[in-house]
Design a protein around this ligand. Structure first.
Ligand SMILES: Nc1ncnc2c1ncn2[C@@H]1O[C@H](COP(=O)(O)OP(=O)(O)OP(=O)(O)O)[C@@H](O)[C@H]1O
Length: 574
């Protein structure tokens, strides 16, 4: 009965249109807030966009399920709905997003649905994100114009609606930078050309222009960060370093606000300029994280087919709250909330989920890993190591189902696999160790500036990225920094107090004594002194209180996603 399937398909399609429309509307507000230096609205708007998908889906699924009535698990009807939906979306240039949207609906409306290749779009969609010729994607600047003219034209073409602080100085900085990095190595020829994505990428207090220059028989990518300080708009630096570009698009950063009329084209261009990034990571980076999740899952299924290794318990110290496992050949960990927590952990499963949600909605400032949440995640049981089966049975039994030859996990998070910091510190040289413990302290202070207090700051709760950047990944004890009370330890005044085995003063739940951090943060003797000297602020309650005050006064600190040493004007405020 196709006539019944048509309104149901239309219902989903209208929901999708409404999602895309609202997503675009919110995205288009980013340049407005950038122009007005309205950073609070920028942040709220971003959060609203992050919530959009789930909020909208919730309402839509309710209405849709009412229409569907008792047919929620009727495969025939679903097949027909999918057919009708396919007709509605087939001409769209964001068809891959529409497919993912359908998957989200069926996953919520069909009881117990995990992944079904017949009813869902699992392996379809654009496998490649081709950039079409003559598209409206980029602004092009032919090489014959000469360096200065190209740079001036670029600054003319990207209008931020506010005056530049010192445009001539920016032109000079950019010219010198290109001369230093590119023109010492390559000679421009008749084929030399520069392209910049027309869409500007906004995040926090910055705007980014993303481009590439064809020179020396290859495309040289670059990123131009633009800031809007109290004195006006200015170019902050010019990035050519591929590692820095990659960090800018890292899984530890918030998503960009960027107009993407044809998302696959933006992603196609990005993959030509940002090395090592998978397509799913780029979709995440431009805010289509649900589609990023679809692609991630697609990669996962392909990887399973192409590998033979077994899922095992993740290396490192086992969590008290999470059971964590991995596939050695894949750079992902799977995190499951345990059925019971041993003291001193006393939270509920829902509270842990709330903390993970908090992180997903918060600015991750390059220091917390993004996660994807999955329900009814399937793994072939013969790929699960017996030790892991035992561990899962002991710790997360309520989340497990066995169906045929598959293990189904009712709820889990996936996260990028990193090398646990405690393991790295056991094996590295003193020099390597100094480098990472400096970054360990820096990561904690940067999280603090973003109003995050990690709670448990032991090295086992941090991981290292490929580029040896320290990232926090244990979210169950996270708190807002402004909810904590940083205290100086009271001085003992008598014999009993000096020799008391327990603290003799009252300690409230949210009290923190930063002086104590010195005792346990770094164990290794050859690194401890270096760490304590390098990060004196960490142990000073006044420093923590100062950060709190700034946050309470509404100051949003911009976490630069590149080293501040490369800024053209390192001391210029934003
Ligand atoms: N992203 C990751 N990459 C690699 N290993 C990880 C990752 N996340 C967790 N692990 C491993 O799993 C262990 C437990 O993870 P996690 O710290 O998230 O659990 P937890 O139960 O919250 O810990 P805690 O008992 O400290 O609260 C870590 O110590 C680490 O060894």
């Amino acid at each position: 009965m196709p006539h019944r399937a048509i309104p149901l398909a239309e219902k989903i399609y209208n929901g999708f249109l409404s999602y895309i429309h609202t997503f675009d509307t919110l995205t288009r507000l980013a340049p407005v807030y950038f122009k007005g230096r309205d950073w609070v609205s920028m942040q709220l708007n971003h959060r609203q966009r992050l919530r959009l998908y789930k909020d909208l889906l919730f309402q839509l699924v309710r209405e849709f399920s009412e229409m569907l009535g008792s047919d929620a698990a009727n495969r025939m009807i679903w097949l027909k709905i999918r057919n009708e939906y396919q007709k509605l979306i087939s001409d769209r240039n964001d068809i891959e997003l529409a497919e993912t949207f359908f998957n989200s609906i069926i996953r919520k409306a069909f009881p117990g649905m995990s992944a079904d290749p017949e009813l869902m779009y699992l392996m379809e969609g654009y496998s490649e994100c081709t950039i079409y010729e003559n598209s409206h994607l980029v602004n092009s600047y032919p090489g014959f114009l000469g360096l200065e003219k190209i740079i001036r034209s670029i600054l003319d073409d990207y209008e931020f609606g506010a005056p530049f602080m010192d445009r001539e100085a920016d032109v000079e900085f950019l010219i010198n930078s290109v001369k230093e990095v590119i023109l010492t190595r390559y000679q421009p020829g008749p084929e030399t050309t520069t392209e910049l994505l027309k869409s500007v990428f906004y995040r926090n207090k910055a705007a980014y222009l993303i481009g590439r220059t064809y020179i020396g028989n290859k495309w040289m990518p670059f990123i131009i960060p633009i800031l809007h300080g109290p004195k006006g708009i200015f170019v902050d630096t010019l990035i050519f370093d591929p590692n820095m570009m990659s960090t800018l698009f890292s899984f530890t950063r918030s998503y960009f606000m960027v107009e993407a009329k044809v998302p696959s084209q933006i992603v196609g261009f990005l993959s030509s300029v940002i090395p090592h990034k998978k397509t799913h990571e780029l979709y995440n980076a431009i805010g289509f994280n649900k589609h990023g999740k679809t692609l991630f899952y697609r990669d996962f299924l392909l990887h399973l087919q192409q590998s033979t290794d077994q899922f095992v318990i993740a290396p490192g110290i086992k969590g008290m709250v999470m059971t964590v496992f991995t596939l050695p050949s894949l750079n992902v960990v799977f995190k499951l909330i345990k059925d019971h927590f041993e003291p001193p952990k006393s939270m509920t499963r829902q509270e842990v989920r709330d903390k993970y949600k908090l992180v997903s909605l918060h600015d991750r400032v390059g220091r917390m890993a993004d996660t994807h949440e999955f329900e009814y995640f399937r793994i072939p049981i013969d790929r699960v190591h017996p030790e892991l089966i035992k561990e899962l049975r002991n710790t997360v039994n309520s989340l497990l189902q066995i169906q045929g030859d598959e293990l189904i996990i009712k709820h889990l998070y996936t996260e990028r696999k990193m090398e646990p910091l405690n393991i790295y510190l056991e094996n590295c040289s003193t020099e390597e160790g100094k480098f990472v413990v400096e970054d360990y302290g820096r990561s904690i202070l940067q999280l603090a500036q973003a109003n995050i207090f990690p709670g448990d700051m032991m090295t086992k709760n941090f991981g290292l990225t490929r580029q040896k950047r320290v990232i926090f990944y244990d979210y169950d004890e996270i708190e807002f920094l402004t909810d904590m009370n940083f205290r100086i330890k009271p001085k003992p005044e008598n014999y009993e107090q000096i020799y008391a085995s327990e603290p003799w003063y009252e300690i409230a739940k949210n009290d923190v004594f930063p002086e104590d951090f010195k005792r346990w943060m770094i164990g290794r003797a050859d690194l401890k002194d270096h760490f304590i000297t390098y990060h004196q602020d960490l142990f000073d309650p006044k420093h923590w209180s100062k950060i709190q005050q700034k946050i309470q006064q509404g100051e949003l600190i911009h976490a630069f996603p590149y080293p501040e040493e490369i800024r053209f004007r390192p001391f210029e405020k934003v």
